[in-house]
Write a protein that binds this ligand. Structure first.
Ligand SMILES: N[C@@H](CCC[C@H](N)C(=O)O)C(=O)O
Length: 308
């Protein structure tokens, strides 16, 4: 069967709608039913009026390397594949356990941004080891001659001071006096696509309350402002610590609620603890590329990963 025929026929794709502090996801098990979606299909599904509506699509795949339990793929609402999603990581851990794809409490997953470790806690809470932040500008990636804790950028003739951090994915963090009055809609899109970020960036607006409390809003690459961004919260924690404003443990309040963060400092991983929520299960008819389908067009069977 040609690819086009297969696309026009489509398939029913089971999914689970989840969220972490209002950062919402369509989560799909691609172990039991391997599939691929085109970016235009993903952005239609993400549409809040004509689709399911979500900030990111999270896909559970079999591991592609030793010593990990799963491969975790992340697609933004605009259909682009990205390296990391912190709130998604917590939902991922809950999903693979709920679906009985594993019964491990500590789960290691391979993302395009590196390996991260997820620890299932009580009442749907998940502790994520988000890995060691990368601060070398070339690795963020960010155009700068040398590493610094803050950089100045020109945006439409306006000078903006920001810190840059990679949590596997690129982040810029600006310090503001009041998150509620922060120019998120104006500066967010301009900075997201600023030429200094060759792979674009997520833009965080951080208000430090005291050394243990902060507030954050994030304009996400490929999704716009979301109610919470887990990797953005970790990046803001790092930026606040680099500027000498925050201590090792911080309660970071996003529009959708608080995350508990811990960072011992340079060379250490950032730890993020937060809730997950399962909203509903559904099925959607999609034009699908199914790499492992045989001639009949039927799936070659349900493949479950061995429980760990
Ligand atoms: N919401 C996420 C981040 C998702 C990816 C991001 N938009 C990017 O393009 O890097 C989180 O909780 O970390």
């Amino acid at each position: 069967m040609s690819d086009n025929r297969r696309r026009s026929n489509g398939a029913n794709l089971p999914f689970t709608k989840m969220h972490g502090l209002g950062n919402d996801f369509m989560v799909v098990d691609a172990i039991s039913q391997p599939f691929r979606l085109r970016p235009d299909v993903i952005s239609k599904l993400a549409d809040r009026h004509f689709g399911i509506g979500f900030d990111q699509l999270l896909v559970v795949e079999p591991p592609g390397m030793p010593d990990v339990d799963f491969r975790y793929r992340i697609f933004n609402a605009d259909g682009s594949e990205v390296e990391q999603c912190g709130n998604g990581a917590r939902c991922f851990a809950r999903f693979v356990r709920d679906q009985r794809l594993t019964n491990k409490k500590v789960i290691r997953v391979q993302t395009a941004g590196g390996v991260i470790e997820l620890k299932a806690g009580k009442d749907g809470w998940v502790l994520v080891n988000m890995g060691v932040p990368e601060l070398e500008p070339a690795k963020v990636p960010f155009e700068a001659a040398q590493r610094s804790n803050t950089y100045r950028l020109e945006v439409n003739g306006e000078a903006v001071e920001l810190s840059v951090v990679s949590m596997g994915n690129p982040h810029a963090v600006l310090l503001v006096d009041d998150v509620d009055a922060a120019p998120v809609e104006r500066l967010g899109p301009l900075l997201e696509s600023h030429p200094a970020f060759p792979r674009k960036a997520n833009i965080g607006f951080l208000q430090v309350i005291d050394r243990h409390n902060a507030k954050l809003r994030v304009f996400e690459r490929g999704a716009g402002e979301t109610l919470a961004c887990g990797s953005g919260a970790c990046a803001a924690m790092v930026a606040g610590r680099l500027r000498g404003l925050l201590d090792e443990k911080v309660r970071m309040v996003l529009r959708g609620g608080p995350l508990a963060l811990e960072w011992q400092g340079e060379g250490a991983p950032v730890m993020m603890d937060g809730p997950t929520a399962r909203v509903f299960d559904g099925q959607v008819r999609v034009p699908i590329d199914s790499p492992r389908r045989g001639r009949s067009g039927r799936s070659s069977g349900r493949r479950r990963q061995k429980k760990g």
